[in-house]
Design a protein around this ligand. Structure first.
Ligand code: ASP
Ligand code: MG
Length: 426
């Protein structure tokens, strides 16, 4: 018998019918002899809808109130799931973040977990209940509700798994694991049986949306094994864990792409000491998360500085630069919103020369222009025009020998078809 945490994302609990299916699945895990704890996200697009509601009454809602509002989404799904389990004759009890003992700092909207006290969950398990925990939320030292950042239910799941010392944290979603590239873009992508924490972290950071980065960081730190798998089938997914032997041969584990960033260029920046510090301190001070930074060679005492940042930070970046640009006597700001970052990820890169050369040659031969480059010991990222991103991913996937023989068929299932799939074999 093992102790498992089963986390279900928004798509998996998007309707009453799907919630009933999740209940069945949890009960089945229990019947197989496991002890199970569920963690849920908000139903479907609930969180987005709540964000929209807030924006409709206040363009800049107070973060404390925002967290209070957003935390309700997961509280709806946790209660409904507990009811659905009870309806099938099994005992369930739902827990908010606070009740699940998830204590965070007070950074509303992206709170960090400071401690987890799983006593109530363990007691409920001992008493035969299936505990159902609301993802994405905790409580700060003042007793105020906090949320963990978008996609934060994954982090809750890993934290709960750590708190109860679970054998595995199963994360169910509408994809059946981690792929060597996004199969919707790259039909020859292959599903990975396992991936190391380091590679998974880089993949998540580089835009692979399968698992939230913070969840993977948490898992690495506390050695929690994650199993990313499909909510709609019983197939094994991808295990994220320490030391995957099979990874040693491969130079590149996967290719991630990210279209959520924008590129900002400050032109005509006087080439003087301390100017870059001024620009980036001001950006940091206004919570603009800069990613890649490129400073061009100066020409007659002036230079251009470009950086990428999440599109969501663009308004703050513009506001910051409208103050800083006159101060440093730069010429103008230029914004490119249609870019994509394509990243090659692999621990094997560390010991293999020539990865950059092969990547640049591949892109060059495909007529794809590179707008910016950044590297880490196990990642090489390039910024390209958004319209060429998919082609870049496919070309690199082939060039680095990642293509599988199977062709992934994009499945555009209707809600009914998904429900039918979920019911199969139950
Ligand atoms: N419901 C939250 C979101 O949409 C948390 C999550 O889904 O993990 O971001
Ligand atoms: Mg989610």
């Amino acid at each position: 018998m093992s102790l498992i945490v089963c986390k279900f994302g928004g798509t998996s609990v998007a309707s009453p019918e799907r919630i009933r299916n999740v209940a069945k699945r949890l009960i089945r895990r229990k019947q197989e002899g496991h002890q199970v704890v569920a963690v849920v996200s908000a139903m479907g697009k609930t969180t987005d809808e709540l964000v929209g509601l807030a924006a409709a009454v206040n363009p800049n809602p107070p973060t404390r109130e925002m967290d209070r509002l957003l935390s309700t989404g997961e509280q709806v799904s946790m209660s409904l799931l507990a009811m659905a389990i009870e309806a099938r004759g099994y005992s369930a009890m739902s827990f908010t973040g606070r009740q699940a003992g998830i204590v965070t700092d007070n950074t509303h909207n992206k709170a960090k977990i400071v401690s987890v006290d799983s006593k109530r969950i363990l007691d409920a398990l001992d008493a035969g209940y299936i505990p159902v925990v609301a993802g994405f939320q905790g409580i700060d030292a003042n007793g105020d509700i906090t949320t963990l950042g978008r996609g934060g239910s994954d982090t809750t799941a890993v934290a709960v798994a750590w708190g109860i010392n679970a054998d595995v944290c199963e994360i169910y979603s509408d994809v059946d694991g981690v792929y060597s590239a996004d199969p919707r873009v790259c039909p020859h992508a292959r599903k990975l049986d396992e991936i190391s924490y380091d590679d998974m972290l880089e993949m998540s950071a580089a835009g692979s949306g399968v698992l939230q980065m913070r969840a993977v960081e948490f898992a690495r730190k506390f050695n929690v094994v994650i199993h990313s798998r499909s909510a709609f089938s019983d197939a094994e997914g991808t295990y994220v864990k320490e030391g995957c032997d099979m990874m040693e041969e491969a130079v590149i584990t996967g290719i991630a792409h990210d279209t959520s960033e924008v590129k900002v260029t400050v032109r005509g920046v006087p080439d003087a000491t301390g100017v870059a510090a001024k620009v980036f301190s001001a950006l940091a001070g206004n919570a603009v998360n800069t990613d890649m930074i490129i400073q061009n060679i100066s020409d007659e005492g002036f230079t251009d500085i470009s950086f990428t940042c999440p599109a969501g930070d663009l308004a703050r970046a513009k506001e910051t630069l409208s103050r800083v640009v006159p101060e440093i006597k730069a010429r103008e700001v230029d914004i490119d919103e249609s870019i994509a970052k394509v990243s090659l990820v692999g621990t094997g890169m560390k010991s293999t020369p020539g990865v950059a050369a092969r990547a640049f040659t591949t892109l060059g031969e495909a007529g794809i222009n590179i707008l910016a480059i950044s590297t880490s010991p196990i990642r090489l990222s390039v910024v390209v025009d958004a319209g060429q991103a998919a082609e870049a991913v496919r070309q690199l996937h082939t060039a680095f020998g990642l293509d599988s023989e199977d062709v992934f068929e994009e499945t555009q299932l209707s809600a009914e078809e998904i429900a039918a799939k979920m019911n199969k074999g139950r």
